[in-house]
Design a protein around this ligand. Structure first.
Ligand code: PLP
Length: 394
C-alpha cells in the first residue's frame, strides 16, 4: 500500500533535520566526543530537581490552567521585567512545552497561507520547516561572518515585500553565536514598524552572554512591545532541556490566539516541570551565573584553538556554539564532518544543516567539559594537518 500518497504534501515535502540524520551515524559509533547536540552538559541544579520531587510528593499531579500556573506566570512576569525591561501581566504569558511549542503556537496563530515570514540564516534548524508546516512562505535573510553574524537592517530591508508579515529572530544565535547591538536592533525595529511586521524574538540563550556584552530585547524598544512575541525558556540557561518547559509573552490578543491552539493540542505544560520552573526563576540565578562563567572559559579555549589551527573562528558574545570556517581544508562542510567523525571520532554539525549559507562552516557546541574539548581539539588538529598534507601531495 502506498502510504506516501496519504501524507499531507507540506509534510511529505519538508526534509528531515540534517542534525538528526547525522546523529544517527554518531549513535552507531563508539568513543565519539560529541560537539554536536546543543544541550548543556550540566545536570539541572539540585534545588530545582528537589522542588519537582517535592511537588510530586505533595501529590501535585493534575492539569494546570491552560496558560500555566498563576504562580509561575507571576514569577515569569517579574523575571522578564527585571532582565529584559518589558512588563507583561500574567494574562499576557503562556507557559508552553519548551520554546519549541511557543514558536509553533506563535506561527500558527499568525500565519494565513502564503504569508511571508522573514528569518535570518544560518538559523536554528526548526525555523524554515516550522514556517512551512504553518503554511507560511519562509524568506531567508542572510547574515555574514563579516558582520559577526548580526542580522542587519540593510539585508532585512532587501527581503521585505508587501506579503511580509512576520520577522523571526534568535539572538544570541544558534548556530553562529552572533548577538545584536542596540543600534542595529533600533534600525530593525524601525523597519518592523514601517512595514507593520510582527516580531517573534527567541531569546533562549540570552543569559549566556560573554565579555560583559549587553543583551537587548527588541521587545523593550519604543513601539515594539505591542508587535512582539517574546519567547523564552529554561532548557539552556537552567540546564533543563528534558523538562520541556518554556513560555511566550505577548499582548493579550496574541496570547489569547496562541492559547486557543495550545488548549486544544496540549492542554497545559507538565505541572511538575512548572513547579521546578518556579524554583529556577526564584532561586536559580547563582547557578546560571556559575554555568555561564564556565561556558565563557570554554569559549575562550575553543575559539583560540580553532584560530590556531587556521580555521577562522569568530569569537561569539553569546550562546554555547562556535561556527568556524573550514573551507580552507578544501572539504565541503558535510565531508569535513563525516570524515572527522569516521577518522577521529569527533562529531560537529555541518553548517548547511542551518541553511545553505552555512556551507564552508561547521557548528561546534562547547557545552561539554574542558577536558573533552581539549581532546576534541587535538584530534581536529591532527585531522586538519592530515587534510593539508594530502592536498599538498596531490
Ligand atoms: N530555539 C533555539 C534557538 C534553540 O537553539 C532551541 C534548542 O536548541 C530551541 C529553541 C528549543 O528549545 P526548547 O528546548 O525550549 O524547546
Amino acid at each position: 500500500m502506498d502510504l506516501q500518497k496519504h501524507i499531507a504534501h507540506h509534510v511529505r515535502d519538508i526534509p528531515r533535520s540534517g542534525i538528526r540524520d547525522f546523529f544517527e551515524i554518531v549513535q552507531s559509533m563508539k568513543n565519539v566526543i560529541s560537539l554536536g547536540i546543543g544541550e548543556p552538559d550540566f545536570d539541572t541544579p539540585w534545588h530545582i530537581r528537589e522542588a519537582a520531587i517535592y511537588s510530586l510528593e505533595r501529590g501535585r499531579t493534575g492539569y494546570t490552567s491552560n496558560l500555566g500556573l498563576p504562580e509561575l506566570r507571576e514569577a515569569i512576569s517579574v523575571y522578564v521585567a527585571k532582565n529584559f525591561g518589558v512588563e507583561y501581566s500574567t494574562g499576557e504569558i503562556i507557559v508552553t512545552v519548551g520554546v519549541s511549542e511557543a514558536l509553533d503556537l506563535a506561527l500558527r496563530a499568525l500565519i494565513n497561507p502564503g504569508d511571508e515570514v522573514l528569518y535570518h540564516e544560518p538559523c536554528y534548524v526548526s525555523y524554515a520547516p516550522s514556517i512551512t508546516l504553518s503554511h507560511g512562505a519562509p524568506v531567508a535573510v542572510p547574515t555574514f561572518a563579516a558582520d559577526n553574524f548580526r542580522l542587519t537592517a540593510r539585508e532585512l530591508e532587501k527581503k521585505i515585500t508587501p506579503a511580509s508579515k512576520i520577522l523571526m529572530m534568535n539572538f544570541p544565535c544558534n548556530p553562529t553565536g552572533g548577538t545584536q547591538t542596540r543600534a542595529e536592533l533600533e534600525k530593525i525595529a524601525a523597519l518592523a514598524i514601517e512595514h507593520d511586521l510582527i516580531v517573534l524574538t527567541d531569546e533562549i540563550y540570552s543569559e549566556l552572554t560573554y565579555d560583559g556584552a549587553e543583551h537587548v530585547s527588541i521587545a523593550s524598544l519604543p513601539g515594539m512591545r505591542d508587535r512582539t512575541i517574546f519567547l523564552h525558556g529554561f532548557s539552556k540557561a537552567f540546564a533543563m532541556t528534558g523538562w520541556r518547559i518554556g513560555y511566550a509573552c505577548a499582548p493579550a490578543a496574541l496570547t489569547e490566539a496562541m492559547m486557543k491552539i495550545h488548549q486544544y493540542g496540549i492542554l497545559c505544560a507538565s505541572i511538575t516541570a512548572q513547579d521546578g520552573a518556579i524554583e529556577a526563576l526564584e532561586n536559580g540565578a547563582r547557578d546560571v551565573e556559575a554555568m555561564r562563567r564556565e561556558y565563557e572559559h570554554r569559549r575562550n579555549f575553543i575559539v583560540s584553538s580553532f584560530n590556531e589551527l587556521g580555521l577562522e573562528c569568530f569569537k561569539p558574545h553569546g550562546s554555547f556554539y562556535v561556527f568556524p570556517k573550514i573551507a580552507s581544508t578544501g572539504l565541503s562542510s558535510r565531508d569535513f564532518s563525516l570524515r572527522l567523525l569516521r577518522e577521529k571520532q569527533v562529531a560537529v554539525v555541518p553548517g548547511p544543516a542551518f541553511g545553505p549559507g552555512g556551507e564552508g562552516h561547521v557548528r561546534a557546541c562547547y557545552a561539554t567539559s574542558l577536558d573533552q574539548l581539549k581532546t576534541a581539539m587535538k584530534r581536529i588538529g591532527e585531522f586538519v594537518a592530515e587534510c593539508r598534507a594530502a592536498s599538498k601531495a596531490a
